[in-house]
Design a protein around this ligand. Structure first.
Ligand code: URA
Length: 231
């Protein structure tokens, strides 16, 4: 493969941008600066840019521990985007497989595989999500049944799907829902007259937030985690 074509694919840049990188001596092949786009690469050549080896990557699947104050969109007028937490080349191909609010922490999945993320976000597949929720007021006796029966939300035609509530203590619960309406968890508790004061996503389907990750850190998913989405 030609070096300029390789740069386009590995970095997601245009041929013109690749030529610019080459001309400005930013690309090294096997330890030496290479300026010619026509240079032919073999499988054992090592191509470096900004001190990192470039590879032609397959689809990427990432779990990110989103801290408070970051949004899961490309741009936002008030908050930083969680994309800033990812040190990935060619990150414009990546998207979030389901969002969290700026003040919600926890598991978000990031990928460039649209079919895979569709399995997670499409209402048809009813993917489970588990949230740890801290409430302003104590849990009431009717909550477990109310979540199980489905809750009427303002501006929604249908009640929420049955959801499972596990009470941890007076003002802390684990809630598993099988859909992802806008601000769903906050709106469900608001419908019961309570207020969510802390929200943290622990699980999406069979993928559990890795306890070794600190807020703001991420890792690639294992083969089993990736495959679990297709089950
Ligand atoms: N439900 C909410 O209300 N907010 C989130 O961030 C996720 C689920």
């Amino acid at each position: 493969m030609r070096l300029d074509k390789f740069l386009c694919d590995a970095l997601g840049v245009t041929r013109k941008e690749a030529t610019k990188l080459l001309k400005s001596c930013e690309i090294e092949v096997d330890g030496s600066v290479e300026k010619k786009g026509a240079t032919k690469l073999s499988d054992d050549n090592e191509v470096m840019w900004q001190n990192r080896e470039l590879v032609l990557s397959g689809p990427r699947y990432i779990m990110l521990y989103k801290p408070q104050g970051f949004v899961c969109t490309r741009v936002d007028d008030y908050n930083d985007t969680a994309f800033l937490l990812l040190d990935e080349v060619n990150d414009k191909d990546l998207h979030f497989a389901g969002r969290l609010d700026a003040d919600t922490t926890g598991l978000v999945l990031v990928t460039d595989d649209g079919q895979w993320s569709h399995r997670i976000t499409s209402p048809k597949h009813k993917c489970d999500k588990t949230y740890r929720v801290w409430l302003a007021d104590p849990v009431q006796d009717n909550y477990v049944q109310a979540f199980q029966e489905g809750i009427e939300l303002r501006n929604e035609r249908e009640n929420t799907l049955p959801a499972e509530l596990e009470v941890i203590d007076e003002q802390e619960v684990l809630l598993t829902i099988h859909e992802g309406k806008y601000h769903q968890v906050k709106r469900m508790f608001a419908a019961l007259g309570n207020k969510v004061v802390g929200l943290h996503r622990e699980r999406i389907g069979d993928i559990v937030l890795d306890q070794d990750l600190e807020p703001g850190e991420y890792r690639y998913l294992t083969e089993d985690e990736i495959a679990s989405v297709w089950k």
